[in-house]
Ligand binder design. Structure first.
Ligand code: SAH
Ligand code: SF4
Length: 357
């Protein structure tokens, strides 16, 4: 029997299988009278072989593939533009089905790539140093749009198969899109899904304390906190979320966050000239984090057109780092990769810049 031609045009009314986790796919195919292990086969096709149509799923019967096509669809993100920085960092602009745009950043390591993914189109947290925040909120990303950044690059680019780390530090606040982010992480770390070890996935948050608690109960991934100030007064000015969850509440949630083995929390601290970069601030920070098993990522502010704050001098940054090291902290100076194409932290806007390479 010849397989009837399956249309590739997505019908938006049908669920996108990439928005469903394993259990939901099982439920979705149950009315077709199929064994539950078929759901695992489907997931493998989607995430491990990059199937874009049911036709490709050759270990499923033809009848089943046709029936699947009647009830579900396979969505795919479109790459609108890729830009490459002088240091090798690549910024990828994706166009979503409804026309919104998001960005991911591929950061080169020695023998691997780290992929920085977005969890929202825009962000409503309003941090005053961040371009994404300045541009406001458009919408939450669906699970398929979060994992889609990975699958599209994994199967569609030469770097793809060497993506070894996922950091949720692109556009948006992952814990403000909690359900979709957690589902996406479950798919990322499933043996039938993208197959990442949970040690290779990091969620970065501005500090929504109750959701940090919740996440500690639901999944086990690395946690990074954007701290950026050593006291409530300045943190509230830079990051409005601090007015709702001040440092005491945030750090209590961090202390309780379960980190297995030798893993450590990461605190990110953007150094801004004359705002939070004084030696006394480093001393204050050392006292604030005392007793928390953590490392510190120091980032010299990445300026963007119209940014209010300025990057401190190299010397100021080194002094700040040295003070923390004197207090026995691991304080890493994070190199700002891709700043020439506005691909560095805080520079993502979801809009293509004027030049591409
Ligand atoms: N919303 C999450 C994750 C996305 S922001 C969060 O805030 O953690 C990702 C990282 O970019 C954060 O660590 C944030 O502090 C940093 N960032 C934002 N604006 C920046 C800028 N202008 N320069 C350097 N880092 C910036
Ligand atoms: Fe949103 Fe993070 Fe930017 Fe703050 S730093 S505005 S939370 S993306």
């Amino acid at each position: 029997m010849r397989l009837p031609k399956i249309s590739k045009t997505p019908c938006k009314d049908k669920p996108n299988l990439k928005d469903l986790d394993l259990h939901e796919i099982e439920t979705c195919i149950a009315p077709l009278g199929k064994e539950t292990y078929r759901a695992r086969q489907i997931m493998k096709w989607l995430y491990q072989f990059g199937a874009e149509s049911f036709e490709e799923m050759t270990n499923l019967s033809k009848d089943f593939r046709v029936a699947l096509n009647d009830i579900a669809r396979i969505g795919q993100l479109d790459i609108a533009k890729t830009q490459t920085s002088a240091d090798g960092t690549k910024k990828v602009l994706f166009r979503l089905e409804d026309g919104h745009s998001i960005e991911s950043v591929l950061i080169p390591g020695k023998n691997h790539w780290t992929l920085c993914v977005s969890t929202q189109a825009g962000c409503r947290m309003g941090c005053t140093f961040c371009l994404t925040g300045e541009q406001g909120f458009r919408r939450n990303l669906l699970p398929s749009e979060i994992t889609g950044q990975i699958t599209r690059l994994r199967f569609g680019t030469p770097e793809g198969e060497n993506i070894k780390n996922i950091v949720m530090m692109g556009m948006g606040e992952p814990l403000a899109n909690y359900e979709n982010t957690i589902k996406a992480i479950r798919i990322m770390t499933s043996d039938f899904g993208l197959g990442f070890s949970n040690r290779k996935v990091t969620v970065s948050t501005c500090g929504i304390a109750p959701m940090i608690k919740q996440m500690g109960q639901d999944i086990c991934v690395n946690l990074a906190i954007s701290l950026n100030a050593p006291d409530n007064k300045r943190r509230s000015e830079l990051m409005p979320i601090n007015r709702t969850y001040p440092l005491e509440t945030l750090l209590a949630a961090c202390r309780d966050y379960p980190m297995p083995g030798r893993r450590m929390l990461t605190f990110e601290y953007i150094l801004m000239a004359g705002i939070n970069d004084a030696p006394e601030d480093a001393e204050k920070l050392a006292r604030l984090l005392k007793g928390i098993r953590c490392k510190l990522n120091l980032i010299a502010l990445n300026e963007f057109p119209g940014s209010k704050y300025k990057t401190p001098s190299q010397e100021t940054v080194s002094n700040f780092q040295q003070i923390l090291m004197n207090h026995h902290y691991t304080a890493i100076l994070r190199a700002s990769k891709g700043s020439d194409i506005l691909a560095a932290c805080g520079q993502l806007s979801g809009q293509a810049n004027s030049h591409s390479y």
